[in-house]
Design a protein around this ligand. Structure first.
Ligand code: HEC
Ligand code: HEC
Length: 239
């Protein structure tokens, strides 16, 4: 028998839940829980399940293989229930869906905008950028939009740019796949994997900037960007 939430509808519990949320959760889910790097939590529907017990489980244990940490030690059961009571009050009654057309977005993604050249969806697409198979459940619409129109704003962790200059003067640029004292591995925009020993090359530089093209805000109309976001919001598949 799962525990019941002792703070449901309790004004003090909700207020302290809000404070805890601002400290621990807002950096990823936004100050009002409307999402950011993490998903919007005000929609009232969750992948993890919609009961208080489902939310309790996901907050206490985190989501393995994602950026969602586990809070069983940091918060403990009592504070987790307070946060859940707060989330229940933050949930919107009517959820307006994202305005774009997902069908147009899908066509753009694979054709004109060339996103599929660097991103996997299921087993289709390129491998230089992050796998987007589940991006619609991981990220909010606002974050996805910023990813397209303002690429350097919030770099996906683990996607550093590596620039290698070889001794015969060639430059190879790609996304880091490995890096240690002696060597570096990267994947270039064609999806080709490279591995170098530091002693064999002239220089290896790493930069915290994105290799995703920064021109989309100019070459796509804002309606097209909305369509792409609508398409990505539907990417909730299993990996
Ligand atoms: C470092 C960023 C980060 C922090 C901090 C964070 N989260 Fe998350 N959270 C995520 C991501 C990313 C996901 C999506 C995981 C997935 O399903 O791949 C997520 C998922 C969730 C879900 C499940 C949503 C669903 O639809 O199933 C809940 C609930 C949640 N977070 C609540 C919280 C609470 C409460 C806190 C603070 C105590 C918190 N998160 C802190 C990034 C974060
Ligand atoms: C030349 C390769 C390339 C192309 C083309 C490209 N991207 Fe990216 N994309 C990347 C790389 C590398 C990253 C990781 C660095 C960063 O956060 O920008 C990324 C990050 C992203 C992210 C953030 C993922 C996350 O979970 O944090 C989204 C969303 C995204 N791209 C969508 C798109 C869309 C939509 C298009 C087409 C309009 C596109 N990309 C075209 C390389 C590319």
């Amino acid at each position: 028998m799962a525990a019941q939430n002792p703070y449901l509808g309790d004004a003090k519990g909700i207020e302290s839940g809000r404070e805890i949320f601002r400290i621990y959760c807002a950096p990823c889910h936004g100050l009002k829980a409307e999402g950011g790097r993490g998903p919007d939590l005000t929609l009232g529907v969750y992948n993890a399940g919609d009961t208080d017990q489902d939310l309790f489980r996901v907050i206490m244990s985190g989501v393995q293989g994602s950026e969602m940490p586990e809070y069983s030690e940091k918060l403990g059961a009592d504070n987790t229930w307070r946060v859940i009571s707060y989330l229940r009050t933050a949930a919107k009654k009517d959820t307006t869906s994202w305005k774009g057309s997902a069908a147009n977005g899908e066509t753009l993604f694979w054709d004109k905008a060339g996103c599929g050249g660097c991103h996997l969806v299921g087993n289709r697409g390129g491998i230089m950028g992050p796998d987007l198979t589940q991006v619609g459940r991981k990220r909010s619409a606002a974050y996805l939009k910023a990813s397209v129109v303002d690429v350097n704003q919030d770099l996906t962790p683990g996607f550093l740019t590596v620039i290698v200059e070889t001794k015969d003067g060639k430059t190879i640029t790609g996304v880091q796949r490995g890096y240690d004292t002696f060597s570096a591995q990267l994947v270039d925009a064609k999806g080709v994997y490279h591995s170098f020993y530091k002693e064999d090359v002239k220089s290896i530089k790493r930069e915290a900037r994105s290799l995703m093209p920064s021109t989309y805000s100019k070459v796509l109309t804002s309606a097209e960007v909305d369509d792409l976001v609508a398409y990505m919001m539907l990417l909730r598949g299993k990996q």
